[in-house]
Design a protein around this ligand. Sequence first.
Ligand SMILES: Cc1cc2nc3c(=O)[nH]c(=O)nc-3n(C[C@H](O)[C@H](O)[C@H](O)COP(=O)(O)OP(=O)(O)OC[C@H]3O[C@@H](n4cnc5c(N)ncnc54)[C@H](O)[C@@H]3O)c2cc1C
Length: 438
Amino acid sequence: MGRLAIIGGGAAGLAAAVTAARELRLLGVPGDVAVYEADERVGRSILATGNGRCNFSNARIDAGAYRNAAFVEAALGALAADDGLQPGGESVGPGPEGALGAAGPDPVHAFFAGLGLVWREEGEGRLYPLANKATSVLDVLRAAAADFGVAEACGRRAVRLDVPDRPGGRFHLRFADGTVGHADAVVLATGGRTARELLPEGIGFAAARPVLGPLRTATDVVRHLNNLRVRCAVTLAGPDGAPKAREAGELLFRDYGVSGIAVFNLSRFAEPGDRLLVDLLPQVPEDGCAAFLHARRRRLAFGDRPLSREAFLRGMLLPAVARAVLEEAGLAPEAPLAKRDVAVLARALKAFPLEVRGIGDERQCQVRRGGADVAAFDPRTLEARAVPGLHVVGEALDVDAPCGGYNLHWAWASGMLAGRGAVARLTGLDTATQDERR
Ligand SMILES: Cc1cc2nc3c(=O)[nH]c(=O)nc-3n(C[C@H](O)[C@H](O)[C@H](O)COP(=O)(O)OP(=O)(O)OC[C@H]3O[C@@H](n4cnc5c(N)ncnc54)[C@H](O)[C@@H]3O)c2cc1C
């Protein structure tokens, strides 16, 4: 009888536990699955997602959006091939109510549908549980884990993992409380924070740093705009001016910098010294902006009444934003608008610059960039090529993605792959034989 130890009872760890325990049950093979969680309860990380609503996946997952996209594509493809499904396939067929999702061809969505979760789609394909609470997602996972006999061991922080010293040997786990455990296969699902200290030597690890959060910028401009929101497009440009990434959406000014989903997504690529170029008139094409502003000037500057620069921007921008734009353009607000000002203003409005200093508030960051080097793992099972029986999943791997349900989707998908892979390792049955025996 084999024993599978899953270190970390977050998103990926729970998906691995449910998948492995169910697989053992379906195969009729005896085996133990235990989840060791440092916290006093499993799944706390899931409850914090999506502002407590858990944007658990996306209806249109695109592997290309992930860091290490080729590896993710191979992994999602392998998961789908096991199920005869399509990775990232359309998940939400319109039900009688028009937008309820219950099952679909994406394997992760099929997994959750099988656990009883019902969800609905919001903007940009974001999927949320129908009850609009992250607890729905955790509840179905924990109930399934209990049904399939998964043992939850909470308050058990793993501090050391010793790999087998001979073929067929066992893994040894040491915990902070001084206890020791043994296992025939291990899924490392600790997230990005502590994975490095448990990984065996020889597996590359890129230092993990928090991303998908607000950015700190030079503060001379933004501190006057604190808490104001603008709808805009933002380009992240390197110190040489070359664009690195572009996002559209709402930007929230903070006294230390900028926030909002567009900024979170850009933070994955931002380095100190880069510049954010905020397009405050995203609906107006770059080459048409001067003409748009000239037409506005002619419309507003009627009669003998002089039109101040501030008045020219009134009704188009919030007053504090208008003042910041004029300051950036080097134009005194109360002075009359001259024809030559228009070109200067067009530039400031289409590319309002903010110098990036770093991540704004690490506590708000949703993922860590970095982790175990994917080249060391088989994308079909997430098993370390050099350490049979050791699987690494979720954020512990060097995979991250933009907002929109992508990061949790990876956590579930990688957990499912590792759960199956670990069962194959414990039972000695390959996936095709497992399919036949089920
Ligand atoms: C505020 C916030 C909101 C987010 N919202 C979304 C969202 O809406 N949609 C989305 O797709 N993604 C979201 N994310 C990202 C998403 O939560 C993560 O990508 C995902 O949880 C990663 O899964 P994981 O299993 O790898 O790690 P985690 O879910 O972080 O789980 C790791 C678990 O391992 C435990 N652990 C760590 N070290 C040890 C150890 N040594 N021994 C034992 N246990 C250990 C931890 O306590 C934790 O329970 C959000 C993240 C944050 C922080």
